[in-house]
Design a protein around this ligand. Structure first.
Ligand code: NAG
Ligand code: NAG
Length: 305
């Protein structure tokens, strides 16, 4: 049993991929897509009635296929019958998402965010999905895109989960491929009102339901400095109208050294002591947050929350 962790992880991935009921499939024409984002979808053989949809944007230098292989959501959807969408970045320079352009940071404004939302709308229609149970989760650039989608499209998503990301608007700049060193190194510091204003300005006329949000961050993150966790907390507690003091603090959750801070029922933050940018994915916690194991009755949704 002395298999190096690296090989063990590889063989685990291969086994689960072989065991899947269906396969990752590319869709070419799915609606408006000004940035030419590529769409991949996993539709399990046994689909729930009115299936929920989970969007999983990849990390920088990643691909739809890499995220699909590196996350267990397809195997989980074989059990619970939800659909997953795996967008692939059109940015061939570094495969990071457009989380900077005015287009992505504006509701129906264009950019990569709009292409991804088109995929959701296509899938909802094609598979008679549940428009009240659409979720997004990602790591690093995928976490930044999660923040962007939750901010620009509060009418589309029911909840988000971002691992090692930055707040909505923190990378804002000229163009689609901005890398903000200032944001990455934790030098963009705002108060909650200022952060929330960026989200509200993305869709000023919107007064409806706001998706709930979950964030994870390592205290030793050397790529997107841990200050970004503090900024995300200020942003989403303010957007959601929550007190910035946690309503509960739980040590060693879900792992030893990680602390969970809850702010009522609509926002929670996990601070992972000693963890760097490559934060271990907590798929079970994410599944729980989205209530994706729920297949009948009172599942969490935009209308039952
Ligand atoms: C869109 O992306 C695909 C896949 O990367 C590529 O083959 C195609 O040429 C692109 N189309 C345009 C108009 O850029
Ligand atoms: C947040 O910043 C704005 C603009 O800099 C300032 O006017 C406002 O008073 C600040 N709000 C709080 C609660 O500190």
């Amino acid at each position: 049993m002395l298999i190096p962790t690296f090989l063990a992880a590889l063989s685990e991935t291969t086994t689960s991929a072989q065991a899947l009921s269906s396969q990752l499939t590319q869709i070419n024409d799915f609606g408006p897509n000004p940035r030419n984002v590529s769409m991949y979808i996993y539709v399990p053989k046994s689909l729930a009635a009115k299936p929920p949809i989970l969007v999983v944007p990849h990390w920088c230098h990643g691909t739809a296929q890499a995220a699909f292989n590196g996350r267990p959501y397809a195997a989980m959807s074989d059990t619970y019958g939800f659909i997953s969408i795996w967008p692939d970045s059109p940015n061939k320079a570094d495969y990071c998402w457009d989380v900077s352009s005015k287009q992505s940071l504006t509701h129906e404004g264009g950019g990569d965010a709009f292409g991804i939302v088109s995929m959701v709308r296509w899938a909802l229609k094609e598979y008679k999905g549940d428009p009240d149970r659409v979720f997004v989760t990602g790591t690093s650039s995928g976490a930044m895109m999660t923040n962007v989608l939750i901010g620009s499209y509060p009418d589309v998503f029911a909840a988000g989960s971002a691992e090692a990301g930055v707040p909505f608007g923190c990378f804002a700049g000229e163009g689609y491929g901005v890398w903000s060193d200032a944001c990455a190194t934790g030098k963009i510091i705002k108060n909650g009102t200022e952060w929330a204003k960026m989200v509200f300005d993305a869709y000023p006329e919107y007064k409806g339901f706001r998706p709930k949000m979950q964030v994870f961050h390592g205290t030793k993150d050397e790529v997107l400095y841990p200050q970004n966790l503090k900024e995300e907390i200020k942003q989403w507690t303010t957007v959601l109208g929550l007190n910035s003091t946690p309503t509960s603090t739980t040590p060693d959750t879900p792992l030893k050294g990680w602390t969970r801070y809850k702010y009522g029922t609509k926002f929670e933050a996990y601070e992972a002591a000693g963890v760097g940018h490559n934060i271990p994915n907590q798929a079970d916690v994410v599944m729980e947050w989205f209530d994706l194991r729920c297949t009948t009755g009172n599942c969490y949704s935009r209308t039952r929350n």
